[in-house]
Design a protein around this ligand. Structure first.
Ligand code: AMP
Length: 309
């Protein structure tokens, strides 16, 4: 097994100023795994769902090479449910409802091949669960990437810091980086967070792109300006899935390659926003992704003659 992901597999209800979807498949691990599946095989998913989860979606994931032996199905129970409403700028949202349902019983037991995976993606979840997955790995994976959110900073900061101390890359949004560090400047926030353990910090800024900090260096990737943003839900997870999937495929963890992985993640995230839920990720192929990556290259390509030179 090459890359395993732990996170939610869920139903979402989404409202934006321009439309809504009552019940679509979502969840951090769903987005991450689907995005990663464009770049690498040997994918495994660790999560829990209820009996209500659609079999055709599971089949679609299997067809994309995602092993589901780590996905527990609890009979007679309902899957995790989240409802959110986006503000006009679509960069901020309110959580309207969170029904944990089966998630309160998630006690991951890794199947044998999962415990030997070389890449591990800890999706946004209770840090106790993230730690349980990390502890069950037979050997320290070559790379551990982690996401989290303000909820865990408010309710389980000590445990969260323990997990953060043992990962290689933390990928969070700008508000979360500020909260975790207590610093408004993202440069200062990165300095502080990098003393907590991770070698690299990725700061996701929604439609304002993403920053990579580490090794005393900074890299910025823009987000692609889209004509219509239908639904940004899962864009951060899709970014993380493309990012870690590309790294698992290339097995190169240099700063230069992390920069490429950031662009790949950004390209995948831009697709995610074009439809509700995971729909767009199920429509696209490698050719679409390659074209979009080229759009990123063109977007920031410029030539300049410095006055002094
Ligand atoms: P993102 O837009 O990338 O932050 O991720 C959105 C996804 O996270 C949705 O599909 C939700 O099902 C899932 N989600 C929402 N709240 C939580 C939570 N408290 N813990 C874990 N996953 C969540």
């Amino acid at each position: 097994m090459k890359l395993i992901t732990v996170g939610t597999v869920a139903f979402d209800r989404i409202e934006t100023p321009f439309g809504k979807a009552d019940k679509v498949v979502g969840g951090a691990a769903t987005y991450i795994s689907l995005a990663a599946s464009f770049f690498t095989d040997g994918l495994g998913l660790v999560s829990v769902i209820g009996e209500d989860f659609p079999e055709d979606m599971l089949e679609m994931m299997r067809e994309r090479g995602i092993d589901l032996n780590g996905l527990e199905v609890l009979p007679g129970r309902e899957s995790f449910f989240w409802a959110g409403r986006y503000h006009y700028d679509m960069n901020t949202r309110d959580t309207l409802e969170t029904r944990l349902n089966v998630l309160s019983d998630l006690d991951p037991r890794l199947p044998e091949p999962y415990a030997q995976a070389t890449y591990l993606m800890l999706g946004n979840l209770d840090p106790v669960v993230q730690a349980k997955v990390l502890e069950q790995m037979k050997e320290r994976p070559a790379l551990v990437v982690m996401d989290t959110m303000n909820f865990w900073m408010d309710s389980a900061l000590d445990k969260l810091k323990e997990v953060i101390a043992s990962v290689d890359i933390l990928a969070i949004n700008d508000a979360e980086a500020r909260q975790l560090s207590g610093e408004h400047s993202l440069v200062r926030a990165a300095d502080k967070i990098l003393t907590m353990g991770p070698k690299y910090l990725v700061v996701k800024k929604g439609e304002h792109g993403a920053l990579l900090f580490g090794q005393g260096r900074v890299f910025f990737a823009p987000a692609l300006p889209l004509e219509d943003i239908v639904d940004p839900t899962g864009a951060g997870d899709t970014f993380a899935g493309g990012f870690v999937g590309y790294l698992a495929h290339t097995q190169d963890h240099s700063f230069e390659n992390l920069k490429r992985a950031i662009i790949v993640g950004s390209a995948l995230a831009s697709f995610c926003c074009e439809r509700f839920g995971v729909q767009r990720l199920l429509e696209i192929g490698r050719e679409d992704i390659d074209q979009r990556i080229q759009q990123f290259v063109d977007l920031v390509d410029f030539d300049i003659q410095l006055v002094g030179s």
